[in-house]
Design a protein around this ligand. Structure first.
Ligand code: NDP
Length: 246
């Protein structure tokens, strides 16, 4: 795939898991790709090396999505070092889990900052540079649409905000030829949710296909939306969950 040669993408939380698979996929489609990370520079540089071996330019940027300025600076750095920005993927995320009574103020603020505020601020910054054909893609969760068990109220609240964000922003930028979409993954085998972790069996039992996604399964939907064939999809929620919500 060389269909997107000359385009530039930024993937937040691209050092591991779904974000790393997205970065590799967009590079395979021909894009130069910047990734942000907060704690694992060696993993981020490994992803960048993989992008380089595909003949594309990669860039690893330390940018903590929990703060208000790093993601904005990451967008500016992408434009400065790679020349432009065509695709923003809001992927960085955490998984607060546990009894609702024990959720702390700090956890609430941190989760909303990473999942909601950072997506808004990064998109706002990217839109200052994006032209016709631009793409904003956020990674939500199928749990934002159906919650089959307890312990995830904060997580699902934060991911649900991306639904309104996506609809609103699609209206704001549609006339510029920019699309805005939300992918709702189901159980995906990553450090956050290992396919051999406790509770993995319950997640498998909930899905129609009976197994976890690989990160590449989520990245495939990003690749479609980011590519030329995705141009008429906007304001949409794409559920990629193996039928967990079916
Ligand atoms: P991982 O925990 O495997 O990877 C998380 C990624 O996000 C890492 O690259 C990490 O960077 C980055 N990240 C975390 N916190 C921050 C922060 N404060 N600032 C910048 N980067 C940060 O998670 P997944 O790949 O599984 O998840 C990716 C997205 O997909 C998340 O939004 C998650 O909610 C969503 N999702 C995951 C599902 C699953 O089953 N795995 C299901 C549905 C949705 P670093 O390496 O530096 O720590």
């Amino acid at each position: 795939g060389r269909m997107s040669v000359g385009k530039v993408a930024l993937v937040t939380g691209g050092s591991r898991g779904i974000g790393a698979a997205i970065a590799r996929r967009l590079a395979a489609d021909g894009m130069d790709v910047a990734v942000t990370y907060s704690t694992t520079p060696e993993r981020a540089h490994g992803v960048v090396a993989g992008i380089g071996s595909m003949g594309r330019r990669g860039l690893a940027i330390r940018a903590d999505s929990a703060g208000p300025t790093d993601v904005v600076e990451a967008v500016e750095r992408t434009v400065r070092d790679l020349g432009r920005i065509d695709v923003l993927v809001n992927n960085a995320g955490i998984f607060p889990f546990g009894p609702v009574e024990e959720v702390t103020l700090e956890q609430i603020d941190r989760t909303l900052a990473i999942h909601v505020r950072a997506a808004f601020l990064a998109s706002q910054a990217a839109l200052r540079h994006m032209g016709e054909g631009g793409r904003i893609i956020s990674i939500g969760s199928c749990l934002a649409e159906r919650v089959p068990h307890g312990g995830v109220t904060l997580y699902t609240m934060s991911k649900s905000a991306l639904i309104g964000f996506t609809r609103g922003l699609a209206r704001d930028v549609g006339s510029r030829g920019i699309t805005v979409n939300l992918i709702q993954p189901g159980s995906t085998d990553t450090d956050m949710n290992p396919a051999d972790g406790p509770g993995a069996g319950d997640q498998r039992a909930l899905s129609a296909l009976g197994h976890f996604a690989e990160p590449e399964d989520i990245a495939a939907m990003v690749g479609f939306l980011a590519g030329p064939q995705g141009r008429f999809v906007t304001g949409a929620q794409l559920v990629v969950d193996g039928g967990a919500n079916a």
